[in-house]
Design a protein around this ligand. Structure first.
Ligand code: GLU
Length: 420
């Protein structure tokens, strides 16, 4: 990306448009705008994989470190066929805002490999992960940039990354990644942290907008690391979860899906499709279903100019990063649909990643209760900050959250000064 011709569409176009509006609201100058629009460091690597059959294929990998003003860069690693540099740049920028908004001492980063993990054996994924880690090793580390899971990666991926990085350095470095298995220094509560946060924020937002838990219905797009447990926590709280979808299809039950049983079904069969007692439905229809709360918890760019005017939900809780395009955002605002932005709604994951990193530094493990209590406390503080700022300045929650975050990053940047 060059400053003179930035993309206007796709995730990076959306992220840059949000930033531009925030800069205007805050009245910052063009120099600061450029600083915040561009990544401090980007690395593109080739990741050659020797497949199980002996053949070789070379994948493209990326690590983008958007900002370091408030501390080491932080953000997930994504394995998905359509990953490209601009997407990773957008995701890295959103990590900077997310970390600042929930006040964890990090900048933002993101990594990705353009690989479809479902097409590979476990051994192939291990080799890809280890090779990628060794390629980006010079620019990661507990005080530099700390990867974590994202779409297509999990705690096993993080264990391989930690092992590879540790092997290169000659000693175990637990703090280089978060989202590790608990047995290797992972934090209790990390695997469900994003979902717990989504549900916690959703329930606070519902209460603030006069929606009772037991009278509220929801639809959740995505039944992976975020959507699955978010649906479960919402159902446990009394919300009627009418529909969920995954990449293979969607299921619907007017009186509410039994999420625990659906989870077991998905575990057994690999998909929510075919869940007994539920109706099959079209995945695209889920977004415009007649429910009170919509939780897009899959990928970016799903709410668009085409479908945003058909959304029937009163509230959108962004479990995914960047699910709402700038055009859709404007339409939803116009229609008074409350949108709780990704950098707040899905921040539970990075908050507990921070706790994991702290625990690695302390060499001391907290109880799950301690983790969950501190998680909810931080999210509640961030939610209150956003509500107050939005009220004072007459902004949407996204505008308020982004402004608060950008202001914090800018303050750190100004206090440090520009070198040389
Ligand atoms: N991938 C997650 C996110 O988008 C978590 C990042 C992290 O824990 O560093 O927020």
């Amino acid at each position: 990306m060059t400053w003179s011709s930035p993309p206007t569409h796709g995730p990076l176009g959306d992220a840059l448009a949000q930033l531009a509006a925030t800069i205007e609201h805050l009245g910052y100058d063009d120099g600061m705008h450029q600083m915040l629009a561009t990544a401090r460091r980007e690395m593109q690597v080739s990741v050659p994989l020797r497949r199980d059959d002996g053949s070789v294929f070379v994948y493209s990998g990326y690590r983008v470190q958007h900002n370091f003003s408030r501390g080491p860069a932080k953000g997930g690693l994504r394995f998905a066929a359509n990953v490209d540099l601009d997407e990773v740049r957008a995701l890295a920028m959103w990590m900077t805002w997310k970390c600042a908004l929930v006040d964890v001492p990090y900048g933002g980063a993101k990594g990705g490999i353009a690989i479809e993990p479902r097409d590979h054996s476990e051994r192939e994924l291990e080799r890809v992960t280890r090779r990628y880690t060794s390629e980006i090793a010079p620019i990661i580390g507990p005080e530099v940039d700390i990867p974590a899971p994202d779409i297509g990666t999990n705690e096993q991926t993080m264990a391989w990354m930690m092992d590879t990085y540790s092997a290169l350095l000659g000693h175990t470095v637990q703090g280089v990644v978060t989202g590790k298995p608990v047995s290797l220094g992972g934090s209790r509560g990390r695997t469900t942290a994003t979902s717990r946060g989504v549900a916690h924020i959703a329930l606070m937002a519902m209460a603030a907008h006069g929606m009772r838990r037991d009278g509220t219905s929801a639809a959740v797009q995505g039944f992976g690391k975020v959507g699955r447990d978010a649906a479960r926590f919402l159902a446990d709280a009394g919300v009627t979860v009418r529909a969920v979808s995954d990449v293979d299809g969607a299921v619907y039950a007017h009186d509410g899906l039994d999420i625990a049983r659906l989870g077991a079904h998905a575990e057994r069969t690999g998909s929510v499709v075919g869940f007994p007692g539920a109706e099959a439905m079209d995945t695209t229809g889920l977004l415009t279903l007649e429910v009170d709360v919509l939780v897009p918890a899959a990928v970016e760019g799903v709410l668009t100019a085409d479908n945003a005017s058909h959304v029937q939900a009163r509230m959108v809780i962004e479990g995914a990063n960047g699910p709402t395009t700038q055009e859709a955002d404007a339409i939803l605002m116009e229609r008074d649909v409350v949108v709780v932005p990704d950098i707040l709604a899905n921040a539970g994951g990075v908050i507990v990643s921070y706790f994991e990193w702290v625990q690695a530094h302390q060499a001391y493990q907290w109880s799950e209760r301690e983790v969950n209590d501190r998680l909810e406390e931080r999210l509640t503080t961030a939610w209150n900050d956003v509500v107050e700022y939005a009220g004072t300045h007459t902004l949407t929650y996204r505008q308020a959250a982004t402004a608060l975050a950008v202001r914090r990053v800018t303050q750190a940047h100004r206090q440090r000064g520009l070198y040389p």
